[in-house]
Design a protein around this ligand. Structure first.
Ligand code: PMV
Length: 324
C-alpha cells in the first residue's frame, strides 16, 4: 500500500460534549462529563492522505501548506498514539490533511480531521481499508484522544458517546443540516479551554441535573424519528451550552450579535418545522426533514444579514481508499 486516502465527516452534536473530566496525568484523555448524541454529516469532509515520507522526518501538510508547529505537534502525537495502539513501528510519514469547509468555526473540523487521520493511519499500519467492530471501537477511542468529539465521527448516521468511545445508532431517518455561516473567522477561544473551565460556571450544577434526562429524550426522539420531539430538546441544549460558556470564568462568547439577531428572527416564524443548534462558534445549524435553503436565504435577506449557507445532510462515516 503506497498511499492511503481516508475521508471522514464532521458531526453535529444534538446533546453537547461540554466539559471534560479533569485529569492531572493526561490532558488528551478527553473523557466527557456528560454523554452526548450527534448526527454525522455527509457533504462537509476532511481528506487525509498518508504515504511514506521521502526523507527521515515526518512531512505534515494542512490545507496544502506545511503545518504550523501547533498542528504538527497534535498530528505527530496522534501518529504515535495509533502506532502504539497497533504495536507497529512508526516510519517517517507524509500526512496531507484538508477540509472542504471552514475550520474552527463550529462545524466540528477537528472531529472529522482526527477521525480521518485515525482511519488513514490505521489503514496504513494494518494494510487494509475496512475494520472489524472491535477495531472501530478502538478507532473511536483513538480519535477521542485527538479531539473529544472526533470519537463520534467514526460512523453514522447518529452516534451516542457515553464512556470512552461512541457507538452508532442505526436509523433510516434522513435529516438535513442547513448551516448558516455567519462568520468564517477562526474562534478565539478553543473548545478545549471551554471544556476545562466549565465547572466555574454557576449554571453548571443545573446543567448537570438536566442533561441526562435530555440525553435520554434525545435518544427516544431519534428512535421514533420524531422531529417535533427532537427539535425543542436540541434548541434547549444548545442554548444551555452557550449560557454555561458565557457564564464561565473567564466568560466565552461564541455567539455573535448576528447569531442572536438570526435566532430572534427564527423564533418569530409561525409553525416552524426546523430547529437550531449551535456548536462552539457563531454559526447556526438548522435541522430539518426537508430542504429549507431558499427560505433561509429569504429570511437572511429580510434581516439584512450576510451569511453563506452550507447544505448538508445525514452521512454514514469514514471511507478509506488505497492508491498504488
Ligand atoms: O471535540 P472538541 O474538543 O472540539 O469539543 C466539541 C464541543 C462541541 O462541539 C461544542 C460540542 C460537541 O459535542 O461536539
Amino acid at each position: 500500500m503506497k498511499k492511503i486516502h481516508a475521508t471522514a465527516n464532521p458531526n453535529i452534536a444534538f446533546i453537547k460534549y461540554w466539559g471534560k473530566k479533569p485529569s492531572s496525568s493526561d490532558e488528551t484523555l478527553n473523557l466527557a462529563l456528560n454523554p452526548s448524541v450527534s448526527l454525522t454529516l455527509s457533504q462537509a469532509k476532511s481528506d487525509v492522505f498518508v504515504s511514506l515520507a521521502k526523507g527521515t522526518e515526518h512531512e505534515i501538510f494542512v490545507q496544502g501548506n506545511l503545518a504550523n508547529s501547533k498542528d504538527a505537534a497534535k498530528i505527530f502525537a496522534h501518529l504515535q498514539r495509533v502506532s502504539k495502539a497497533f504495536d507497529k513501528p512508526l516510519p517517517p510519514l507524509r500526512i496531507e490533511s484538508s477540509n472542504n469547509f471552514p475550520s474552527a468555526t463550529g462545524i466540528a473540523s477537528s472531529a472529522s480531521a482526527f477521525a480521518a487521520l485515525s482511519y488513514g493511519i490505521s489503514a496504513f499500519f494494518l494494510q487494509k481499508t475496512t475494520f472489524s467492530k472491535s477495531e472501530r471501537t478502538l478507532l473511536s477511542q483513538l480519535s477521542r484522544r485527538g479531539s473529544g468529539s472526533a470519537c463520534r465521527s467514526v460512523a453514522g448516521p447518529f452516534m451516542k458517546w457515553d464512556g470512552d468511545s461512541a457507538e452508532a445508532i442505526e436509523s433510516s431517518w434522513k435529516l438535513f443540516d442547513t448551516i448558516v455561516i455567519i462568520s468564517k473567522k477562526e474562534k478565539l477561544v478553543s473548545s478545549s479551554q471551554g471544556h476545562s473551565q466549565v465547572l466555574s460556571s454557576p449554571l453548571w450544577p443545573k446543567r448537570q441535573e438536566r442533561v441526562l434526562g435530555r440525553y435520554e429524550k434525545c435518544l427516544g426522539a431519534i428512535a421514533q424519528a420524531s422531529l417535533t420531539k427532537l427539535g425543542p430538546i436540541i434548541e434547549e441544549e444548545a442554548t444551555e451550552m452557550h449560557e454555561v460558556a458565557e457564564s464561565s470564568v473567564p466568560p466565552i462568547h461564541y455567539r455573535m450579535p448576528e447569531t442572536f439577531q438570526f435566532l430572534k428572527a427564527l423564533q418569530s416564524l409561525k409553525n416552524r418545522d426546523f430547529f437550531f443548534t449551535i456548536d462552539a462558534g457563531p454559526n447556526v445549524h438548522l435541522i430539518s426533514e426537508r430542504p429549507i435553503k431558499s427560505e433561509i436565504e429569504k429570511l437572511l435577506a429580510d434581516e439584512g444579514l450576510e451569511a453563506e449557507i452550507w447544505q448538508d445532510w445525514t452521512g454514514f462515516g469514514p471511507v478509506v481508499k488505497e492508491f498504488s
